[in-house]
Design a protein around this ligand. Structure first.
Ligand SMILES: Cc1ncc(C[n+]2csc(CCOP(=O)(O)OP(=O)(O)O)c2C)c(N)n1
Length: 324
């Protein structure tokens, strides 16, 4: 692993962590309203996987997408402004935390519907295939999504038509308050993909380098012509509640503490220090840069404007809206 690249991976994860820690404060202050789902604990997946995704590729995400959006390169200010509901947000302030969108960066949401992004990803990949473009569509989803019909229909079609979809399952063990073993008779999720003849691997989702290596391999296979989709299951864990409204009565504090010993950031820092890649001054500089970026994002959101009522029907019923 090249030193410069290893530091970039750490920086990518720290950005997501610090951004969301700030978002938590802002939510408590009611600057951010509505639903908000944090990614804290899962940062290695977004950062590692995104290394394999180029600017022409597409990304489809879920409502837990701040990390994917940041790793994809959507400016932190545009994300924060969206979470505030301001017009300067990446979805014009209409979407909020759960519906980040950026057509230019081929980031197709941010979707509230569990498994709702999978058919979309298959459609994007079908368009690429029909137009002869060697692109990958990376589709992130939780393990809860594999219980949905949409998962089965999507992966079946992608396999049957050999479409370039990279299915990226973030298995954090819980779908809201439901543990995987309480809802699935088969808890080895890889086997569900394998049942559709899709190559499938399980990966340590707390190790950013392992995530990147598997993603590069899988994306390479998908991108190469007619190979069809690939499925990666990342074993990961969210350290925080499902959303801002969750007393977390369904899991033991000891289990959370145990997973925290595998924190993708807290374990990567000493690893890089031992390898001589990271010193205290570099880490301090990195933290300062990120703090400045987050502060700037908040200032951008604060200075943003509310959409005027006159344009509220725009994009709802017609391009012009219903106003005369
Ligand atoms: C079709 C549908 N059913 C139910 C819900 C309610 N719901 C919201 S999040 C969630 C759990 C999803 O868990 P998972 O896919 O594992 O993702 P995670 O939240 O763990 O990232 C459920 C059931 C929904 N949004 N959409």
């Amino acid at each position: 692993m090249n030193h410069h690249h290893a530091l970039a991976l750490l920086q990518g994860m720290l950005r997501i962590r610090r951004f969301e820690e700030k978002a938590t404060e802002l939510y408590t202050e009611e600057k951010i309203r509505g639903f908000m789902h944090l990614y804290i604990g899962e940062e290695a997946v977004a950062v590692g996987a995104m290394q394999a995704i180029g600017p022409d590729d597409a990304v489809v995400s879920t409502y837990r997408e701040h990390g994917h959006a940041l790793a994809r390169g959507i400016p932190a200010g545009a994300i924060m402004a969206e979470m505030y509901g301001k017009q300067e947000g990446c979805s014009g302030g209409r979407g909020g935390s759960m519906h980040l969108f950026d057509r230019g960066r081929r980031f197709y949401g941010g979707s509230a519907i569990v498994s709702g992004g999978l058919p979309l990803a298959v459609g994007l990949a079908l368009a690429d295939k029909m137009q002869g473009r060697h692109r990958v569509t990376a589709c992130f989803f939780g393990e809860g999504a594999v219980a949905e019909g949409e998962f089965h229909e999507s992966i079946n079609l992608a396999a049957l038509w050999r479409l370039p979809v990279l299915f990226l399952c973030e298995n954090n063990l819980y779908a809201m308050g439901t543990a995987l073993a309480c809802s699935e008779s088969q808890t080895d999720i890889r086997l569900k993909a394998a049942a559709y003849n899709v190559p499938a691997e399980s990966v340590d989702g707390m190790d950013v380098e392992a995530v990147e290596a598997a993603s590069q391999r899988a994306a390479g296979a998908v991108r190469n012509g007619d190979a069809g989709p690939y499925f990666l299951e990342f074993h990961t864990y969210r350290f925080v509640a499902h959303s801002m409204f969750d007393a977390q009565l369904y899991r033991d504090k000891a289990e959370v503490a145990e997973w925290k010993t595998r924190d993708p950031i807290a374990t990567y820092i000493p690893r890089l220090q031992e390898e001589g890649v990271l010193d205290d001054a570099t880490l301090a500089r990195m933290e300062a840069e990120i703090a400045a970026e987050v502060a700037e994002a908040v200032a951008f959101a604060e200075a943003g404007s509310w959409e005027p009522p006159a344009t509220l029907t725009r994009h709802v019923y017609s391009a012009e809206g219903l106003a005369p």
